[in-house]
Design a protein around this ligand. Structure first.
Ligand code: F6P
Length: 540
């Protein structure tokens, strides 16, 4: 449906105009209980959304929008395995991958839970064999290094989680190669011993050019040291495509499968998470899944007004469609979450970077924002200037885990202080009066004050959410990732999109394959003037 035709959409438009002149400083001054009022807690995560340009009326209208768009039915349809990915005729069941207990989920009349368990148990058993040293390489030695070769969803999820959980890593070292640039693979392999290296070739389709190119080169590197027979001890595949895996030369006995109802960017919970189980152990991988399942349960059952993913999503829609914010920053304050912005970038932008609704009609409102970010406190010294004093208003999600193995003082205190300081500064800003008082207290002359005043004023009123994680444990990390998955789903549902296809990446892939031919001197299609000129320059 078209959300812009709802009553709530119209009301939100009017409401945004009436709220425009109000500063968050005044909203806080008017309501001492604002922080308590606009915060929610679930699954080890506190969401403080009080530093947003909202009032009770905003939240009321946003919840009405969710109701008018029949969000509840969308949520049910996803969990029940309906083919909500309508352009590919597929169910969307990453939630089934982490379902606990005696759950049943049916796809085309078949309960998929036993198959999910079977693969998970095989992955766990394999991970234990590698971790314990029982799995031997071609020389009879155990595995010390695992190289995951994949890209997009077959890379970012496991990479981000392995980094996030590094303090728990007690298995082989895990490395990730994604870029087709040979230096990525070359530099990764440079320090490794082929006899003790295991490759996980991860590709849902097993047709992705970058992954297959890297996998072939990795195979040659191994075979040069251990011969053809070494491949079976050093290559495993994670894919939905057994035929292509076998054609590549990996025995399907060494393949861990998943299913077409798992989207690439939602796949870390499947066998694509194998590097996580190898790094931190199957038990901690289970905890990650359990945390995600807790968030699924919360999402499915909590009233919309107390539902973390729903609120986060509605706030996002408020900024994108009613405040004209085309971009959103993710700022994790724990260094091991450094790949979270990149992961969320794919999750959000590949899901909701769409200009037509699921029914094929063009949207006449803005959809997915640009997601970007870096860990704090590094970002503070790079792009936060623009957040504070630039012309655009860019909402920020501050994410901070309050404890993590290996944290020590005084770093932890400084980490927390910086995170809280930034959201406070963005919200309150600094007035002319405050700048004047501060400068004259330091003895600045009137002339100097006048000259610097415009530069030292911060407008404030810049929105942010703060997400505090009780700890950066596998369980709470799982809950955090599921929270964002569902946020993206809610936004897509309200915008009327199919968040689970990604046709937009196809054109570039097609052109690249034709261009490869031309670069290799074969005849191929002609291109536009610019591309032809570039080809000519490269050929010189
Ligand atoms: O090109 C986009 C994409 O299809 C992503 O959606 C996906 O995660 C990635 O490529 C990798 O695909 P595969 O796992 O099939 O290699």
């Amino acid at each position: 449906m078209n959300p812009s035709l709802t009553t709530a959409w119209q009301q939100l438009g009017d409401h945004a105009q009436s709220l425009a002149p109000r500063h968050m400083r005044d909203l806080f001054a008017a309501d001492p209980a604002r922080a308590a009022h606009f915060s929610l807690q679930a699954c080890g995560i506190l969401l403080d959304y009080s530093k947003n340009r909202i009032t009770d009326d905003t939240v009321r209208h946003l919840l009405s929008l969710a109701d008018e768009c029949d969000l509840r039915s969308h949520i049910l349809a996803m969990f029940e395995g309906e083919a909500i990915n309508n352009t590919e005729h597929r169910a969307v069941l990453h939630t089934a991958l982490r379902a606990r207990g005696d759950a049943h989920t049916f796809v085309n009349g078949e309960n998929v839970i036993p198959a999910i368990r079977e693969v998970r148990e095989r992955c766990a058993a394999f991970a234990e064999r590698v971790r314990s040293g029982e799995w031997k390489g071609f020389s009879g030695e155990s595995i010390t290094d695992v190289v995951n070769i994949g890209i997009g969803g077959s890379d970012l999820g496991p990479l981000m989680v392995c980094e996030a959980l590094k303090p728990y890593a007690d298995g082989p070292r895990v490395h990730f190669v994604s870029n087709v640039d040979s230096l990525h693979l070359g530099q990764t392999l440079a320090g490794l011993n082929p006899a003790r290296t295991l490759f996980v070739v991860a590709s849902k389709t097993f047709t992705t050019l970058e992954t297959l190119t890297n996998a072939r080169s990795a195979r040659s590197w191994l075979v040069a040291a251990g011969g053809e027979n070494a491949v079976a001890r050093h290559f495993v595949a994670v894919s939905t495509n057994a035929e292509k895996v076998s054609a590549f030369g990996i025995d399907t006995a060494n393949m861990f499968g998943f299913w077409d109802w798992v989207g690439g960017r939602y796949s870390l919970w499947s066998a694509i998470g194998l590097p996580i189980a190898l790094s931190v152990g199957p038990q901690r991988f289970e905890e990650l899944l359990a945390g995600a399942a807790e968030m699924d349960q919360h999402f499915r059952t909590a009233p919309l007004a107390e539902n973390l993913p729903v609120l986060l999503a509605l706030l996002g829609i408020w900024y994108v469609d009613f405040m004209g914010c085309g971009s959103q920053v993710v700022a994790p304050y724990n260094q091991t979450l450094h790949r979270l912005p990149a992961f969320l970038q794919q999750l959000d932008m590949e899901s909701n970077g769409k200009r037509v609704r699921a029914d094929g009609e063009p949207v006449e409102y803005a959809t997915g924002p640009v997601i970007w970010g870096e860990p704090g406190t590094n970002g503070q010294h790079a792009f936060f200037q623009l957040l504070h004093q630039g012309t655009a208003t860019i909402p920020v999600d501050f994410i901070l885990a309050l404890s993590q193995p290996g944290q020590v003082e005084p770093h932890r205190t400084s980490q927390i202080a910086n995170c809280l300081a930034q959201s406070a500064a963005l919200m309150q800003g600094k007035t002319e009066g405050e700048v004047r008082a501060e400068m004259s207290a330091r003895g600045a002359s009137e002339a100097e004050i006048e000259a610097l005043l415009p530069h030292r004023v911060f407008p404030g009123n810049r929105p942010s959410n703060t997400l505090l994680l009780d700890e950066l444990s596998p369980r709470i990390l799982g809950a955090l990732l599921a929270l964002y998955e569902h946020k993206v789903f809610v936004q897509g549902s309200i915008w009327g999109l199919n968040s689970f296809d990604q046709w937009g990446v196809e054109l570039g892939k097609q052109l690249a394959s034709g261009l490869e031919k031309r670069l290799q001197g074969e005849t191929g299609p002609a291109y536009d003037g610019s591309t032809e000129a570039l080809l000519k320059y490269i050929a010189q």
